[in-house]
Design a protein around this ligand. Structure first.
Ligand code: SF4
Length: 347
């Protein structure tokens, strides 16, 4: 059975990866997220292969993510009280932004601060761990036609040249026919290809990827002419830039996971259900008889039928109606993949 949307397919890929992904190091813990990346590139599915101890230590900071500026402070915060400008490396941007990050981190109990005269001293609460070992990017293309493959090829070339992820894959829906080799001819050979059986919730690698040099220099292709005569334009990016981006991506993946779709859909609509089968749990719209897309499932939907207000008041039946319960359930499942979180989220 073919799924109705790329969104439904993407959820299947995320579920499969969470269950079945084989990390490069057998002792790694797998975290899955969707729709994340940089200003220049957003990936459909991300698989993070994590150091289990590091992931547990990361959990002590709570579920909320830290941005690049905050990470700069956290990673270099000293064990003993020190004036922040004496201890942090020059950030390469004005120190007032560093001060803002210091205050934000103190507000989240991630850093100790105190004032000595007009100087702000900082002290770490705990070391920020290197918790993400590898980043794997998956582009989902359920219907891999010849033109879709051609459209995707340029983007994959950029991904491979930049090497921000350790591996790049394309996932497509399994059909009765084998994937035509001609469809893959345009893809860089470093890109892996997965075929996903959406009925069984399984996936098979039909082309293995090559590991990219995520720790080395990368090339950002800024212009790629269509003709054979003009040269491509590109910039080099250094390993420090890539490491910073990878850490920030990992942080956002940590916070969001792949179940955050409920935050932008309408689980408070009477037609919204979570349905489970052997492939996992997915949102289902009773009115449409299928998984709705995030674009469809909004207050402006023609079939939107809000929960009666009484369901949402006086803690009915326990702290709100089914919409709130759905969000709590998904948040609980997301938290279950993140060891080391104590009690409720601090963010
Ligand atoms: S009827 Fe519309 S708003 Fe309600 S669950 Fe279906 S798609 Fe979402």
């Amino acid at each position: 059975m073919s799924l109705d949307s790329e969104f439904a397919f993407e959820l299947r890929v995320c579920q499969w990866a969470e269950r079945e992904w084989s990390p490069a190091r057998g002792d790694s813990t797998v975290l899955v997220a969707r729709q994340l990346g940089t200003r220049y590139r957003r990936w459909d599915t991300l698989v993070l292969e994590c150091d289990p101890d590091g992931l547990g230590a990361r959990g002590a900071f709570g579920t909320g993510s830290f941005d690049s500026d905050q990470l700069h402070v956290l990673r270099h915060a000293p064990a003993d009280w020190t004036f922040y400008r004496d201890t942090l490396p020059d950030p390469g941007y004005p120190w007032r932004y560093v001060r803002e990050s210091v205050h934000e981190l103190a507000g989240r109990d991630a850093l100790d601060t105190r004032k000595r005269g007009n100087r702000i001293e900082i002290r770490r609460r705990r070391p920020y761990p290197d918790w993400c070992r590898r980043v794997v990017a998956i582009e989902n293309k359920p219907d891999l036609t010849a033109s879709a493959a051609r459209d995707l090829a340029g983007q994959l070339e950029r991904d491979v040249a930049l090497g921000l992820a350790d591996e790049v894959w394309v996932a497509t829906e399994a059909t009765d026919d084998a994937v035509e080799p001609v469809l893959l001819a345009d893809f860089p050979t470093e890109t892996g290809v997965l075929t996903v059986d959406t009925d069984a919730g399984t996936a098979e690698s039909v082309w293995e990827p090559r590991s990219l040099d995520a720790d080395g220099y990368g090339t950002r292709i800024t212009e790629r002419p269509d003709d054979d005569y003009s040269a491509a334009r590109f910039d080099y990016v250094d390993p420090a830039w890539k490491a910073e981006k990878r850490r920030a991506i990992a942080e956002r993946a940590y916070e969001r996971g792949w179940r955050s779709y409920a935050d932008t859909m309408r689980p408070d609509c009477r037609c919204f259900e979570l349905r489970a089968d052997e492939t996992g749990v997915a949102p289902h719209c009773v009115a449409k008889g299928r998984t709705p897309t995030q674009r469809e499932c909004r207050g402006g939907c023609d079939s939107f039928a809000p929960e009666p207000p009484t369901w949402r008041t006086k803690g009915w039946p326990i702290e709100g109606g089914p919409g709130a319960a759905t969000k709590r359930l998904l948040a609980r499942q997301r938290r279950a993949r993140r060891p080391g979180l104590d009690g409720e989220s601090r963010q």
